[in-house]
Design a protein around this ligand. Structure first.
Ligand SMILES: [Zn+2]
Length: 317
């Protein structure tokens, strides 16, 4: 399958030493061997920065640059299997060469620390998507939270400027983890389609990390996508990732925003718990589940690949 997956935390596991193995083959949810097996097209790899982590705290930007260098080193080592892509043309060229396209992202806009020159630097380093917040307040805005006061806080002035500059630079704006008010600011400010790289439907599992129906429709209206998150805690009350639960969220997104809004953002290597579809090598099971639920082949192609490529074409440079 030509899979475009908008989010994984594989770099984190490899860099912090919790994984056995490397990018080619490891004991986690995702590696090049399994991506090749399923015929994946493009994989977004997040450099995740946990602002409160003791190893990150002394020099978060340095940590990010190191993680980027580590990934580039792995790509170099396995250059017959993968290349780094910065736009849709490079993704399609890599496909012709039978190589996977790796796209670098930053999960946690805190890394900018209010400095626009860092955004320019990250673009130069090859970063093509930034998740504006993780679960803490940062110089851009506020995270999703149960606290309605926090959830009602929008983007800060610097966050608004960052969205505008990301549009100009050709970087994808990612609203996963963002507060609801911040989300609506992005709707207002972004001149390009934006995405929720790894979020599900709040109507099905009522957690703040998921998207309310009007938010799903707003992303669709601007031509963006939502990457289906495989995290058990964002799927159902049983906190059990089953193929049926994944299908249910996708069908709800499609009901609300049309088939053009649905995409994949597994969050593999950043999640745990009860998972029936346990790693990227089993992705075909989701295809079967969608077929069983009556989703057409052309819609399945859109969810797994075409919608993602459209957003990449419209945004990444
Ligand atoms: Zn995340």
């Amino acid at each position: 399958m030509r899979l475009v997956d908008f989010h994984c935390d594989t770099i984190l596991r490899l860099v912090n030493g919790s994984a056995t193995g490397d990018l080619m083959k490891n004991d986690g949810h995702l590696d090049l061997e399994r991506l090749k097996q399923i015929g994946a097209l493009a994989q977004f790899f997040a450099v995740f920065i946990d602002w409160e982590d003791e190893t990150v705290k002394p020099d978060p930007f340095g940590y990010a640059i190191n993680a980027i260098s580590y990934f580039k080193g792995q790509v170099e080592t396995y250059q017959d299997q993968i290349g780094i892509a910065h736009n849709v043309e490079e993704i399609l060229q890599l496909e012709k060469e039978n190589r996977i396209a790796g796209i670098l992202t930053i999960e946690e806009g805190a890394i900018l620390e209010g400095k626009m020159e860092r955004l320019e630097r990250l673009h130069q380093e090859g970063i093509r998507l930034i998740t504006l917040t993780w679960n803490y307040e940062n110089s851009l805005g506020y995270p999703n939270a149960k606290d309605p006061i926090l959830m009602g806080k929008g983007l800060k002035p610097f966050g608004k400027k960052v969205v505008e500059r990301m549009n100009e630079l050709g970087m994808i704006v990612d609203v996963s983890h963002l507060s609801d008010a911040g989300f609506w600011d992005v709707v207002e400010i972004s001149k390009k389609p934006f995405i929720a790289s790894h979020s599900n439907a709040r109507a099905i599992k009522d957690v703040t990390r998921n998207l309310a129906d009007p938010m799903i429709r707003a992303i669709a209206d601007q031509g963006g996508v939502i990457g289906l998150n495989f995290c058990p805690f964002f799927l159902n009350e049983e906190n059990h990732e089953t193929v049926d639960s994944l299908v249910q969220h996708l069908i709800h997104m499609i009901d609300q925003g049309g088939v053009e809004v649905a995409a994949i953002g597994t969050d593999f290597d950043g999640i745990g718990g009860k998972m029936d579809l346990a790693h990227v090598g089993e992705m075909e099971r989701l295809v079967h589940g969608l077929r069983k639920a009556g989703v057409s082949s052309s819609s399945i192609d859109k969810i797994f690949c075409e919608n993602g490529l459209r957003v990449i074409r419209d945004t990444m440079r």
